[in-house]
Design a binder for this molecule. Structure first.
Ligand code: PHE
Length: 341
């Protein structure tokens, strides 16, 4: 066959022609040259098919269609190349919207909440359940069920926020510690169990290390063979994980009506200014073996079950960890303070 319109040379030249188009306008003219509705090359060739002898039609149509899609593909590819901005232009025309704008602000959890999340994580790993107990509590659960004598000084109006208009058995207060959570938990669960109860507590107290509202987390572990040694191990783990692995601490005997024996743990705190060797000892936790009377008040047989309870002062631990000299800085929500962490 002579040089038909579909020789490889023709195909190659056509594709090259498309590649040589310098801009989108040229490319559009080229496209028209091939596909113009009236006299485009491809349009004309397609029309000619019907005049061919029947045996040649199929072959010719197939060849033309293949060629057509190649041209269309080449045009589309070239069009994309031509419309993409080149690197130079891109660079020149880029606008940096961040210029002169203030740095992006990013919030974070309050130090106390961040700490509580960590308490739940650390104790969760040791198998402790988490419960949030109520802040408005009855005098009965806050004191009586916890073995406080009827005229114990902490029931005094000088120390406790009483809820106005509540009297007798219904007398209510803002809980002075998270310990009533122990009663609620023991009355709604069957031993053995272990749980922590974080939350806010309220006392009429205010100075650099005391605030009328502060945070504690209570802990309780009851089982058949739980001893003081188990308690000590948990206290040490909690202090190392929640304050620092080289925290210095000491156990002292302490008195709480709902434990026997009772202990207190102090952690050594050196503020940045007073970098003396001794620093100060800050009490951060009260703990002890749950008093048999308290177990009985919750229908748990003290002959069979024993265990320990503890109450950590969260805010003091946060102060020690972040070197904050006054507990009062933690609560006003002053951004100048909060942004430092
Ligand atoms: N509730 C005690 C307090 O607020 C702490 C404590 C909890 C002590 C559990 C012993 C056992 O001081």
């Amino acid at each position: 066959m002579a040089d038909t319109p579909l020789s490889p040379k023709l195909i190659e030249e056509t594709l090259q022609e498309i590649l040589d188009m310098k801009d989108e306008e040229q490319l559009a003219l080229c496209e028209h040259k091939y596909f113009g509705r009236k006299d485009g090359w491809m349009t004309v060739e397609m029309k000619k098919i019907k005049d061919l002898p029947a045996e040649e039609r199929k072959e010719k149509a197939k060849g033309l269609n293949t060629f057509k899609s190649k041209i269309l593909e080449a045009i589309a590819a070239r069009r994309e190349q031509l419309s993409a901005p080149d690197a130079d232009v891109l660079q020149k025309e880029t606008v940096d919207f961040s210029l002169n704008l203030p740095k992006r602000e990013q919030g974070h959890l309050h130090l106390v909440h961040e700490f509580i999340a960590q308490v739940e994580e650390v104790f969760g790993r040791m198998g402790f359940d988490v419960m949030y107990s109520t802040e408005v509590e009855s005098e009965d659960l806050n004191f009586t069920q916890l073995n406080f004598p009827v005229n114990h000084p902490s029931r005094d109006a000088q120390d406790t926020f009483w809820i106005k208009g509540t009297t007798g058995k219904e007398r209510k207060l803002l809980r002075t510690h998270t310990s009533p959570g122990q009663i609620r938990y023991m009355r709604s669960h069957k031993p053995p169990f272990r749980a922590v109860f974080p939350g806010k507590v309220y006392r009429k107290d205010a100075d650099a290390t005391h605030s009328p509202m502060f945070h504690q987390f209570e802990g309780l572990m009851i089982g058949e063979h739980i001893t003081l040694a188990n308690m000590k191990a948990i206290m040490v783990t909690a202090i190392r994980e929640l304050i620092s692995k080289d925290a210095e601490f000491r156990f002292r005997t302490g008195f709480f009506p709902f434990v026997e024996p009772g202990l207190e743990v102090d952690v050594r705190w050196r503020s940045e200014e007073q970098q003396t060797k001794e620093g100060t000892w800050l009490e951060i936790v009260g703990c002890g073996m749950v008093h048999p009377n308290v177990l009985k008040n919750c229908n748990i047989d003290p002959e069979k079950w024993q265990g320990f309870a503890f109450g950590f002062g969260i805010d003091r631990m946060v102060m020690i960890r972040h070197q904050i000299p006054s507990i009062r800085s933690l609560f006003p929500g002053d951004l100048r303070f909060l942004k430092q962490f």
